[in-house]
Design a protein around this ligand. Structure first.
Ligand code: UD1
Ligand code: PEP
Length: 426
């Protein structure tokens, strides 16, 4: 099995350049299915999720050319030969469910395997389906598949989301972009990735207003064309390296990080004692590694991101005092706690909160990444732990961090990837 071997104790100095955002690029790839000509996506991060999504599109008969060196993806979905996605592909990546909205909009039919639960929670898709039904689709669930049909096309509607789900907002926007008439989406997600998707769809010829606000209005159009578009930088990757610098100490410039996407992360790092400077090209984090306890509560954007919760929990394990970390978005996103405890952290879980008493030092040992951000948290813990930390189950980390080892080693960390590649599994 492949693992990361991390020798802790090095401070981080220099620059890390942030890649394109995983959570923005996946909906953009789904949106290319709406275009009747070639799309060129730029700034594509080198991620396992990107490769998996390419496989999903190829399964639909779409031509996909990913160029790792140029960070581009050319998608030609002029012709789509299948509207079905099987379990083998969908189970690897929940975001593949985002193909349902575009396929329904363009062909009036889509059949996709139910994605199933995952390590961080049950992650139902009821809000996506309610949205499709409101637009006039008929939904049938059976034999592990969801089939959505709208033989006469979709019709715009007023839709209220019970919770501002990121994926449901994206799927509904894509479906409604080619529906007849106007759709008004109330209580949508506000994440920057939603705004990026709407911007791309508008570039393709859609008419979407209000993305990033409480109400999104979509006037359906009969046709969308593939275009050239560059994905936004990954705010979670940026936040992860910012926490790394705060914990390890040093002076790290996180190039490409957008301060306006990282307000709660910046505020909480300052509260913990790090010095943060923002400029037009990125964010600088300076720290002596001596941090204070902070409380964190995850919330939909613009609140504190759940995708940064595990990394901040790693930070609080070595921050002086008692921190309380509350997770309100996912019901089971504390899988990293037991692994951090193996490294000497003092954490008690109380319902949806974790109470963390800072310890003077963590100690390296073998640990496993149970999900993507849990894996990132363990890498951060390894950077400051005494001795050697071995992080296994790297397929989780590979889903969402482009060049993690190279980027961290480039600023002074001591990390090696060793062993033979494991069989990829969710
Ligand atoms: C590829 C991608 O962009 N993934 C992000 C996206 O996931 P994703 O789009 O899956 O997250 P959602 O915002 O939909 O989920 C948030 C909460 O809503 C619940 N829910 C969601 C849909 C639904 O139909 N019913 C329902 O109950 C979920 O179980 C969860 O508890 O947003 C999450 C929340 O910021 C992030 O952690 C993920 O990194
Ligand atoms: C939970 C995450 O991603 P996904 O929704 O793709 O599982 C994440 O990026 O932290």
């Amino acid at each position: 099995m492949e693992k990361l071997v991390i020798r802790g104790g090095n401070k981080l100095y220099g620059t890390i350049k942030i890649s394109g955002a995983k959570n923005a690029v996946l909906p953009l790839i789904a949106a290319t299915l709406l275009g009747t000509s070639q799309s060129t996506l730029e700034g594509i991060p080198d991620l396992e999720d990107v490769r998996t999504f390419s496989q999903v599109l190829k399964h639909l008969g779409v031509s996909v050319e990913y160029n790792k060196e140029e960070q581009t993806m050319l998608v030609d979905s002029t012709v789509i030969s299948s509207c079905e996605a099987p379990y083998e592909l969908v189970r690897k990546m929940r975001a593949s469910f985002l193909i349902m909205g575009p396929l329904l909009a363009r062909y009036g039919h889509s059949k996709i395997s139910l994605p199933g639960g995952c390590a961080i929670g049950t992650r139902p898709i009821d809000l996506h389906l309610k949205g499709f039904e409101a637009l006039g689709a008929k939904i049938d669930i059976g034999h592990g598949y969801i089939e959505a049909t709208a033989p006469n096309g979709l019709t715009g509607a007023r839709i209220y989301l019970d919770f501002p789900s990121v994926g449901a907002t994206e799927n509904i926007i894509m479906a409604a972009s080619m529906a007849k008439g106007q759709t008004i989406l109330e209580n949508p997600a506000h994440e920057p990735e939603i705004v990026d998707l709407a911007n791309y769809l508008n570039t393709m010829g859609a008419n979407i207003r209000g993305a990033g606000t409480n109400v999104i209005k979509i006037e359906g159009v009969p046709e969308l064309k593939g275009k050239v578009y560059e994905v936004i930088p990954d705010r979670i990757e940026a936040g992860t390296y910012m926490v790394a610098a705060a914990m390890a100490g040093g002076d790290l410039y996180v190039e490409n990080a957008l301060p306006e996407h990282l307000k709660p992360v910046i505020a909480k790092l300052k509260e913990a004692g790090a010095t943060i400077d923002e400029d037009i090209n990125g964010i600088r984090v300076k720290s002596d590694g001596k941090l204070r306890a902070i409380d964190i509560k995850t919330l939909p954007y613009p609140g504190f991101p759940t995708d940064m919760q595990a990394q901040f929990m790693a930070m609080t394990t070595i921050s002086q005092g008692t921190s309380v970390v509350s997770e309100t978005v996912f019901e089971n996103r504390f899988m990293h706690v037991d692994e951090l405890k193996r490294m000497g952290a003092n954490i008690k879980i109380d319902g949806r909160s974790a109470v963390v008493e800072g310890v003077a030092t963590l100690t390296g040992c073998p640990v496993k990444a149970t999900d993507l951000r849990a894996g990132a948290a363990l890498v951060l813990a390894g950077l400051v732990a005494e001795g050697e930390t071995e992080v296994g189950y790297l397929h989780h980390i590979d889903r969402g961090y482009d060049g993690l080892v190279e980027k961290l080693c480039g600023v002074g960390a001591d990390i090696k990837r060793v062993g033979t590649a494991e069989t990829k599994k969710k």
